[in-house]
Write a protein that binds this ligand. Structure first.
Ligand code: SAM
Ligand code: DTB
Ligand code: SF4
Length: 328
């Protein structure tokens, strides 16, 4: 690669090309991905996002990884949609801890109509008024719902493709890949930015990982935000005893995502508790520039703030004081 190519944004990636990048000798791969990273982002800055489960458990979908699916006994509580004031308390708290993006997740197959949806719109307006980026993940959306969320000031909508089209049916049977793509197109058309990524460690092959990356990197525009999750194995789910994926595979996944989607935020998402400091350092070197901060993801544990602050300080990384959308 030469310097000029580090910022080139392309949408026509072939499977072979992606495979060639993904399987480069690790030093070459990380050298190139770090070069792309530096050409497009502040080198030592990491965005902190906070997650809140605003509606937990009892989900009718059968996603094999998910502790919130009603199909499995995982011990996760089933709670109704939270009230606005409780959500605002969590958002203010997240902001005071340094989060510049607040992501609200609901265990719905699709976002509801009526009072509950109106309550989510209120949450979006109020969190936005705190000056944070606001993200929601509420399941499938109609075009009208996407427009209403855009009007309320939603920054981003998270809807993951999770894996390759070929492996998808092994993980979820209650909705299709095409359903996911349709929601993503409603979000895009409404003018809300797209947060879309996936999970590794579910028993997929390298080819599946490459084909997930291809699905993401051939979208035009690219998803502005690409969360890469490592499976958090939850007892009671069909994937509870899945063999863990090697952390170097995660590094390759992140580095390749960074190379294919130079301008996007690449988020080192679920699964950090099973990573060493060294593995996380490599993920940042590979081009990850965001983490979820706080001791809980949606329903599963995450490193506590103190250990994350100490990790970032050991690595000489700093948290972005402003959301990237506010500065670019
Ligand atoms: N119900 C909505 C949906 O599926 O779009 C929103 C919530 S869902 C929990 C958001 C994302 O979390 C999923 O798409 C999946 O990628 C990720 N996720 C869920 N359970 C996970 C697990 N055990 N390990 C890693 N990622 C997980
Ligand atoms: C994403 O890709 N990862 C986050 C966020 N988007 C919503 C969620 C991770 C959830 C991990 C399992 C849990 O805590 O329930
Ligand atoms: Fe429901 Fe989302 Fe979990 Fe699937 S990932 S079971 S849709 S909450």
């Amino acid at each position: 690669m030469n310097e000029g190519e580090y910022s080139l944004v392309r949408y026509d990636w072939s499977e072979d090309e992606i495979e060639r990048i993904y399987t480069l000798p690790l030093n070459d791969l990380v050298f190139f991905s770090q070069s792309v990273h530096r050409a497009n982002h502040a080198a030592g800055a990491v965005q902190s996002c906070a997650l809140l489960s605003i509606k937990t458990g009892g989900c009718p979908e059968d996603c094999a990884y998910c502790p919130q699916s009603a199909h499995y006994s995982t011990g996760v509580s089933r709670d109704g949609l939270m009230q606005l004031d409780e959500v605002m308390e969590a958002a203010r708290n997240a902001k005071s801890q340094g989060a510049t993006r607040f992501c609200m997740g609901a265990a719905w197959r699709s976002a509801p109509q009526g009072e509950e949806f109106d309550r989510v719109l209120e949450m979006v307006r109020n969190v936005g008024a705190l000056g944070m980026e606001v993200c929601c993940t509420l399941g499938m959306l109609t075009e009208d719902q996407a427009i209403a969320l855009a009007d309320a000031g939603l920054t981003a909508y998270n809807h993951n493709l999770d894996t390759s089209p070929e492996f998808y049916g092994e993980i979820i049977t209650t909705r299709t890949y095409q359903d996911r793509l349709e929601t993503l197109s409603h979000v895009r058309r409404a003018g809300v930015t797209v947060c879309c990524g996936g999970i590794i460690g579910m028993g997929e092959t390298r080819r599946d990982r490459i084909n997930l990356l291809r699905q993401l990197a051939t979208q035009n525009p690219h998803p502005e935000s690409v969360p890469i999750n490592t499976l958090v194995r939850v007892s009671g789910t069909p994937l509870a005893n899945q063999t863990p994926v090697e952390s170097l595979e995660l590094v390759r996944m992140i580095a390749t995502a960074r190379m294919l989607m130079p301008k996007s935020m690449v988020r080192l998402a679920a699964g950090r508790l099973s990573l060493s400091d060294e593995a996380q350092a490599l993920c940042f070197l590979a081009g990850a520039n965001s983490i979820f901060l706080g001791d809980r993801l949606l329903t599963t544990p995450n490193p506590d703030s103190n250990s994350d602050q100490s990790l970032l300080s050991k690595l000489g990384l700093s948290l972005m004081s402003e959301a990237p959308s506010a500065v670019s």
